[in-house]
Ligand binder design. Structure first.
Ligand SMILES: C[S@@+](CC[C@H](N)C(=O)[O-])C[C@H]1O[C@@H](n2cnc3c(N)ncnc32)[C@H](O)[C@@H]1O
Length: 170
């Protein structure tokens, strides 16, 4: 009976990710390293926000390069795992939040997302809202599916890189 209960809890937890956004599939570490070592070098003042940070592979690679990394993750199990894997790393923090709704840290310079096409519009809306709020451009890096209706400033292998300028709506 206890196994039925545990299986039920796991099913509910995994269902959360699928309901709110992309299910868990990690970025390939090799792709990520090639991106950060060539097309998107990071400086010490960069703050990378991974929306839907999963097990935190992006956060750890960013931290290894001396930049700050913040993960927004809706699934409590992944929040726990990623915090454990970056235990005592001052460059990494992970928050248990709905990434589409939460304000970005004010110091964010780059937003990373493993984008699936069904979330493209939500992602673009969230980054636009925050670029407007912060009143400065934000760099958006999409892995997987490119966004529709907006041209990337650069592409690199499976990545499309965008710059979202603030809009001043009166
Ligand atoms: C495709 S995985 C990407 C993981 C990580 N960014 C990477 O590239 O390795 C997507 C993650 O987003 C999380 N997620 C889905 N919807 C979310 C939401 N609304 N807010 C925060 N996280 C979400 C899922 O739980 C999952 O861990």
């Amino acid at each position: 009976m206890i196994w039925v209960y545990i299986a039920g809890c796991v099913a509910v937890l995994l269902g959360m990710s699928v309901f709110f956004g992309a299910p868990y599939v990690p970025s390939r570490r090799r792709d990520l390293r090639r991106l950060l070592d060539t097309a998107l070098p990071l400086g010490k003042t960069d703050v990378v926000l991974d929306i839907g940070s999963g097990d935190g592979v992006v956060l750890r690679e960013v931290s290894r390069r001396g930049a700050k990394a913040v993960g927004y993750e809706i699934h409590p199990l992944f929040v726990w795992i990623s915090r454990a894997l970056s235990w005592r790393d001052p460059n990494v923090s992970v928050r248990w939040v709905n990434g589409w709704r939460e304000a970005f840290p004010d110091a964010t310079t780059i937003v990373y997302a493993f984008s699936v096409s069904r979330d493209g519009k939500r992602l673009q809306r969230a980054v636009q809202r925050e670029a407007n709020r912060l009143n400065r451009p934000l760099k958006l890096v999409c892995y997987g599916s490119p966004l529709v209706g907006i041209e990337p400033v650069a592409t690199f292998e499976a990545y499309a890189i965008y710059v979202i300028e603030p809009l001043h709506l009166s």
